[in-house]
Design a protein around this ligand. Structure first.
Ligand SMILES: [Zn+2]
Length: 388
């Protein structure tokens, strides 16, 4: 997830754009963002996730524009306010346009500042204990906006501090061309060169992988976040999830950011994952039970959280309760409850518990009344990020 992106959902002008055009236009809007806007956007996105039945979110926040005072703390505090468990990814962008990267220089930080702030947020927020509500991951944005030096240094820092790594990889053919032209390597080979394959590394998207690259991810136990809505919305392509699962790659589901999904409904991604494999004609497609596994245990494996994604003694009491009498389940639930949750249109859950605490009660958030924020949020979004 990129929680801040609820600032720029459904934006006219980029509704039909593919990744690089979409990013180039959005960077211009995002360069003026401040911490208050990030916090409100995170509340909106977290509220939507919770109401869909998401209990743990992994956020990659890479937007720290020059002189705007944005800190990752705004994201962590928003997760507390809604009650979700969070892996707050300290993201970054440091390869600006003047050095051959995609974003404008004003959206970028320098490598040393990023590394210092990574240490700060790990010290302040990272809880390595099982059942932790807050963890920090290190999450430089992507090969086309991060210096090779920062990829290498972030790898070293993550190993030293025992935190997870996350980045975008092999999302589009534009990215593949960028890596081939600039580094002479395909994206996965480029990441491998900097130590970015392994069981503590999660790669988002992985749409454009060949067989050898899929086998390499399996062998190195590198994990993948599959984001079907975003891949369809940006026309990025169809990730070969069937082939990944057959090779033994561990795959979880992601909603990706609200600007490339225009939503944040986690169970909806399970349904779309099934349907997208069928569209791609990948033999056998995905079974409903496999999509449900990616939705629960798959995500927990990606985050290396043995206590999440399962209901059993000793596991965290992160529970999502649906009403089997919801019309969306009519005629489906009695045949196959798991298929009803992954093939039928997902209804909102009745109750959501995180660490045994109610976060959604009879369909309403217990801690945050978003209706008190909604009008002001819309006004702010229109005034600051609108087309004018
Ligand atoms: Zn993303």
């Amino acid at each position: 997830m990129h929680l801040f992106q609820s600032l720029t959902r459904c934006l006219p002008g980029v509704q039909g754009a593919s990744l690089f055009g979409w990013l180039t236009a959005l960077y211009e809007r995002w360069r003026t963002v401040d911490e208050a806007a990030i916090h409100e956007a995170a509340l909106a996105s977290l509220a939507e996730l919770a109401l869909s039945g998401c209990t743990t979110t992994s956020d990659q926040h890479y937007l720290f524009p020059a002189n705007r005072g944005v800190r990752l703390d705004a994201i962590v505090e928003a997760a507390d306010a809604v009650g979700l468990r969070i892996h707050a990814g300290r993201g970054s962008m440091t390869l600006g346009k003047s050095n051959g990267g995609l974003p404008p220089d004003t959206c970028c930080e320098n490598d040393d500042a990023v590394l210092a702030d990574c240490e700060r947020v790990i010290d302040r927020y990272h809880d390595p204990k099982p059942h932790a509500m807050r963890r920090i991951d290190l999450a430089p944005c992507s090969p086309f906006n991060i210096t090779p030096e920062l990829f290498a240094a972030t790898r070293e820092l993550a190993s030293r501090r025992g935190v997870l790594l996350h980045t975008h990889a092999a999302e589009t053919l534009d990215e593949e061309r960028f890596c081939l032209e600039r580094f002479g390597l395909r994206p996965i080979a480029y990441l491998e060169r900097h130590g970015w394959l392994g069981e503590d590394v999660c790669l988002a998207h992985c749409v454009h992988l060949n067989d050898a690259e899929i086998d390499l991810l399996a062998r190195t136990r590198t994990t993948v976040a599959h984001c079907p809505s975003s891949n369809m919305r940006l026309g990025s392509g169809i990730a070969r999830v069937r082939r990944m699962l057959d090779a033994g790659v561990r795959v979880g589901l992601g909603v990706d950011g609200s600007s490339s999904n225009d939503g944040g409904n986690l169970p909806a991604e399970a349904r779309l994952a099934v349907l997208l494999q069928r569209v791609g004609g990948h033999s056998g497609g995905l079974a409903a039970a496999e999509a449900f596994r990616m939705l629960t245990l798959g995500g927990a494996e990606v985050l290396r959280r043995a206590e999440l994604g399962r209901i059993e003694p000793g596991a965290a009491a992160d529970l999502v309760l649906f009403d089997h009498r919801d019309p969306a389940f009519a005629g489906a639930f009695s045949h196959d409850p798991v298929a009803a949750l992954t093939l039928a249109q997902p209804p909102r859950p009745l109750h959501v518990f995180v660490a045994g605490q109610p976060v959604v009660h009879y369909g309403r958030l217990t801690r945050l009344d978003w209706s008190r924020h909604a009008d002001e949020f819309d006004r702010m979004v229109r005034a600051r990020f609108g087309a004018g």
